[in-house]
Write a protein that binds this ligand. Structure first.
Ligand SMILES: Cc1cc2nc3c(=O)[nH]c(=O)nc-3n(C[C@H](O)[C@H](O)[C@H](O)COP(=O)(O)O)c2cc1C
Length: 157
C-alpha cells in the first residue's frame, strides 16, 4: 500500500525589529513555545524578511520595540507592504519591548487586525525580558501553535 501524505505542518512566521536585542529575545522565546507544540517555524529579522515569507504561514507574529513613541520604521515599512497579500484567516500576534509607552505594539496589532488577521492578546515586555517574561513569551508561542493546529479547539495559556 502506498500512502501519500498531502498535508503540510502548520507554520508560524515571526518577524521582528530590534535595536538592543530585547525584542529579539522575545521573538526567540515565542519560537521556542511554538516549536514545543511541534509546529514549523520561521524567524527573521525584518531586515532580512520579505512579504513572500508570510504567504504560506498559518500564524504570523510581528514585533517591534517602541522608539520615539512608534514602532521602528523598518517594521512600519514591512507592515505597509503587506496590504498586497491575502492575510485574512491567519492568526496573529503583535509583540515588543518598551520603556515607558506602548504605541508600537498597539499599532502593529491594529494594522494586522485591519488586514483581517485574528489577533491574540499582544505581548508587551518592559526593557529586557527576564525568566518570567520569557516564559510568558513562550506561552504566547504555544497559544499561536495551538490555534493553528486545532482550528476548532479552545486553546488555553
Ligand atoms: C532613542 C530611544 C528612544 C526610545 N523611545 C521610547 C519611547 O518612545 N517609548 C518607550 O516606551 N520606550 C522608548 N525607548 C526604550 C526602548 O523601547 C527600550 O529600551 C526597548 O527595550 C528597546 O527594545 P530593543 O532592545 O528590542 O530595541 C527608547 C529608547 C531609545 C534608545
Amino acid at each position: 500500500m502506498i500512502i501519500i501524505f498531502c498535508g503540510s505542518m502548520p507554520k508560524l512566521v515571526i518577524i521582528y525589529g530590534t535595536g538592543s536585542h530585547n525584542t529579539e529575545r522575545m521573538a526567540h522565546a515565542i519560537e521556542e513555545g511554538a516549536r514545543a507544540e511541534g509546529i514549523e517555524t520561521m524567524l527573521k529579522n525584518v531586515n532580512e524578511a520579505n512579504m513572500n515569507d508570510l504567504k504560506d504561514a498559518d500564524a504570523i507574529a510581528i514585533g517591534s520595540p517602541n522608539y520615539n513613541h512608534a514602532m521602528m520604521p523598518t517594521v512600519q515599512k514591512f507592515l505597509n507592504g503587506l496590504a498586497d497579500i491575502k492575510l485574512s484567516g491567519k492568526v496573529g500576534l503583535a509583540f515588543g519591548s518598551y520603556g515607558w509607552s506602548l504605541e508600537a505594539t498597539d499599532e502593529i496589532n491594529n494594522k494586522l487586525a485591519s488586514y483581517g488577521i485574528e489577533m491574540i492578546e499582544d505581548l508587551k515586555i518592559k526593557r529586557m525580558p527576564g525568566d518570567e517574561e520569557l516564559e510568558i513569551c513562550r506561552s504566547s508561542g504555544s497559544l499561536l501553535a495551538c490555534k493553528i493546529k486545532n482550528k476548532e479547539a479552545i486553546c488555553a495559556v
